[in-house]
Ligand binder design. Structure first.
Ligand code: GAL
Length: 636
């Protein structure tokens, strides 16, 4: 991974939108940035209409001035291409370049992220504006990094997308017979006899074909990646030494395979917006950080955005208590981010995000928030030397975008919350002090001793082979219910599910038994299961615990373990509650120096401690005040 050019140590700053403010504020901005310890700002993210007010008519004057002032102030620029928000003149001239929703409605401008990555006019316009920026600023001394677009995530179901989808499918399957086989086309008369008959999965009368939907998600990720790469290559040609990235965003609506994208960016950048106000915000922040580090191959990455003063939840924003902004930042920094960036530098006066928090609030610098921002920013140079060593762990959790996308289907044996199942393993491990990596089912497992596969519903042949190789070589594999239920084409793995690895687990899964909500099933001496159980037939595995009650499952195996090669394969045939996972991890001796409410991460000689509790905590000889954090030498 590469690092923003000329930015020493940890990056600190955020999105800076000078084009929204009169020029008189710009000097003030630079002065206050310096006061706050800011050394990197993302400029121009949504500025297309100001850079190109009319087709082919450019106005770079304001950006020249801003970049000059930032450079004079010693602040690096993460310069964005503005393609996430095409100007009104563009969309009126090219209505087909607006994205089409699954219900067939084409959206209109007036918000942002309204573009069709498959529309030729949009692709061309994106290349043109990126090339103009590359030409003008490619060797600007303020340029520290290129930031392509913003948060790729807008899917489109247009005729353009449909055409591109067919080309993608032809490259993948080569023949229609292969496509029909992969998609199980004989069901409901979905057999295609011409490529042109294949549509984007728009609104249909009833359920979609799951294989069709999954391929469309994969296609959308690839189509957006092409759009990114076109811009990246233009920028690279103009400034070969400047790293190029785009900011990843996370959510089930985002059709982006981050494993694949990570190898196309010079630095993994991630926007972390927890969606719950309570301690789940810290859990989610740690999850985001561990995912980002893993996408970055275990190396450095950058927290590109977070909110300074509030946490958003479904029923509105909740103010962050004093110190929480710093603690969230330290969760990320301790887990591999080389800095803490925010949306945004100066709170906006108008526009849809005028009430979004910022480093510099509406009320200006004489505020509690700005004092806290400046205090934290000025602390960071003092700890920059502590992040040289990697975060080390020998425990990994599988992260499978295919499984996330496929479990959004409405046709499953029971509703599955894939993200919650992954997050549950991550939070129970975190409460036990274990920092986990994430890895793709087909990824490199060689550095891990334990790999956990939470409901890895889609398991490809290659993924199954990888897990088999890992276990045979001495690894400990722990898989939970519905893992390997279907293959990469969403076709059921016959004769016992489990990705065809019934010999590895020493069991067959013979039946799915969804349970009513609110009626947990007790397991002997092992807590309980909720909502989902499976009937398991032992084929050599040992039973670790059984279901204590239930029509078909009473006394049947709930958790099993099977020796395989040099390793062992554990199987959890139900959705365990947190306490039951904790019990299992106790049995597996998975624990570390952290505890609930206390993040502890070791990196080389350094120990990072973030105390989220309301009382002083001690770890070794280090005392950390309530709601605070510390970095100290690890005790021998
Ligand atoms: C991000 C986005 C920013 C801003 C922020 C608000 O997803 O990249 O531009 O909208 O959310 O939380």
């Amino acid at each position: 991974m590469h690092w923003p050019k000329g930015v020493d140590g940890l990056s600190y700053g955020g999105d800076y939108n000078p084009e929204q403010w009169p020029e008189e504020t710009w000097d003030d901005d630079v002065m206050l940035m310096r006061e706050a310890g800011v050394n990197l700002v993302s400029v121009g993210v949504f500025s297309w209409a100001r850079l190109e007010p009319r087709p082919g008519e450019y106005d770079f004057g304001w950006l020249d001035t801003v970049l000059g002032k930032l450079h004079d102030g010693g602040i690096g620029v993460n310069l964005a291409t503005p393609t996430a928000s095409p100007p009104p003149w563009f969309t009126l001239a090219h209505p087909d370049a607006l994205n089409t929703r699954p219900d067939g409605v084409r959206q209109v401008h007036g918000s942002r992220d309204t573009y069709d990555v498959c529309a030729p006019a949009y692709r061309e316009a994106s290349r043109t504006i990126a090339a103009k920026l590359a030409e003008r600023y490619g060797d600007h001394p303020a340029l520290a990094m290129w930031h392509v677009h913003n948060e790729y995530g807008s899917a489109t179901y247009s005729a353009h997308a449909e055409r591109a989808f067919r080309v993608w499918l032809q490259a993948k399957y080569e023949t229609l017979d292969a496509l029909n086989d992969a998609w199980w086309g004989s069901f409901w008369s979905q057999h295609y006899s011409e490529w042109d008959q294949v549509l984007a999965p728009r609104a249909t009368q009833y359920l979609h074909n799951p294989a069709h939907e999954l391929d469309f998600k994969r296609f959308t990720s690839d189509a957006m990646l092409e759009h990114y790469k076109e811009q990246r290559d233009l920028l690279r040609a103009a400034s070969p030494d400047v790293p190029i990235t785009t900011n990843f965003v996370f959510g089930q609506w985002v059709p982006v395979d981050h494993w694949k994208w990570a190898s196309e960016v010079d630095l993994v950048a991630f926007d972390s917006y927890p969606s719950a106000p309570d301690e789940r915000a810290e859990q989610q922040s740690a999850l985001h950080a561990d995912l980002s580090r893993s996408w970055a191959g275990g190396g450095d990455w950058l927290l590109m955005e977070q909110a300074a003063a509030s946490v958003h939840s479904h029923d509105g924003a909740i103010a962050k208590a004093p110190g929480r902004m710093a603690r969230h930042s330290m969760i990320h920094i301790s887990r591999g981010s080389k800095g803490a960036m925010f949306f945004q530098w100066r709170a906006g006066r108008g526009g849809a995000e005028q009430w979004h928090s910022a480093l510099l609030p509406h009320a200006g610098k004489n505020t509690r928030m700005f004092r806290e921002v400046a205090e934290f920013g000025n602390t960071l140079p003092g700890i920059a030397h502590t992040v040289a060593d990697p975060v080390e762990t020998d425990v990994a959790i599988l992260w499978s975008p295919d499984s996330w996308w496929a479990t959004a289907g409405k046709h499953l044996p029971a509703p599955i919350d894939y993200l919650e199942n992954v997050a549950q393993i991550h939070r129970v491990l975190r409460d036990r002090g274990v920092v986990a990596d994430f890895v793709a089912p087909e990824g490199d497992l060689s550095k891990y001793t334990t790999v956990i596969a939470p409901t890895t519903y889609v398991l490809s042949r290659a993924g199954a082979e990888n897990l088999r190789w890992f276990t045979a070589g001495g690894g400990r594999l722990v898989a939970s219910y519905l893992t390997g239920a279907v293959d990469e084409h969403c076709q059921v793995w016959l004769d016992g599910y489990l990705g065809g690895m019934t010999d590895l687990f020493g069991i067959r899964v013979t039946e799915h038994l969804p349970q009513p909500a609110g009626e947990p099933r007790a397991l002997w001496n092992f807590g309980a299961a909720e909502r989902f159980c499976e009937l398991v037939e032992l084929r050599g595995a040992q039973c670790v615990t059984q279901y204590a009650s239930g029509d078909v499952i009473e006394n049947q195996p709930a958790v099993t373990v099977n020796p395989f090669g040099e390793g062992e394969a554990w199987y959890v045939s139900c959705k365990l509650v947190d306490e039951a996972w904790d019990r299992l991890f106790e049995e597996l001796k998975l624990s570390g120096p952290g505890r609930p409410g206390l993040d502890v991460v070791d990196r080389g000689p350094w120990r990072f401690i973030v105390n989220h509790t309301e009382k002083e905590e001690q770890v070794g000889n280090v005392i950390v005040p309530a709601g605070s954090w510390a970095v100290d030498k690890k005790q021998p």
